[in-house]
Design a protein around this ligand. Structure first.
Ligand code: SF4
Length: 149
């Protein structure tokens, strides 16, 4: 029997918004609302069309599960994301932490803030480990455990 290995980049932008809406059985309007709230950052290549990766689909499934089954509000999910200790992951200096809104903020994920004059200024958030490695809410707690040992 032949072994078939599917080798693809889970962060590659592949799916259009209508395909993702169909995959998850949700409306395009909901997907746009999650984007506007800063829960998800789809890829926008040369055109204005949004494209979602496999990892984005996993993130959206987690967001839907949190809203529909766990009764979290969008604001609660944003607060959860704001707890990701990005400053520790990115090894920000004391000076950078003190001038970064995301360090003190607790209502929005770090990627919702405009960053000027710090380590995040030139990084595209949807390619950043802080964003990419936290598709599931439970990974946030694992990260906090890792960085507070
Ligand atoms: S680059 Fe974006 S996602 Fe990464 S730590 Fe900075 S603000 Fe957060």
């Amino acid at each position: 029997m032949n072994d078939i290995t599917l080798d693809f980049d889970i962060d590659a932008p592949l799916y259009s918004i209508s395909v993702v809406a169909e995959m998850l059985d949700i409306s395009v309007h909901s997907l746009r609302a999650y984007e506007a709230a800063g829960l998800i950052i789809p890829h926008k290549k040369n055109t204005k069309h949004r494209l979602y990766s496999h990892n984005d689909v996993i993130r959206l499934k987690c967001i839907r599960d949190s809203i529909v089954n766990k009764k979290f509000s969008i604001a609660a999910i944003k607060t959860l994301y704001s707890m990701i200790p990005c400053w520790a992951i990115k090894k920000c200096s004391e000076e950078e932490r003190n001038s970064c809104e995301a360090y003190d903020g607790y209502m929005n994920p770090c990627w919702s803030y405009k960053h000027t004059d710090n380590i995040c200024e030139l990084q595209k958030c949807n390619t950043c480990e802080v964003y990419k490695n936290h598709t599931h809410c439970e990974t946030i707690k694992q990260t906090i455990r890792t960085y507070t040992r």
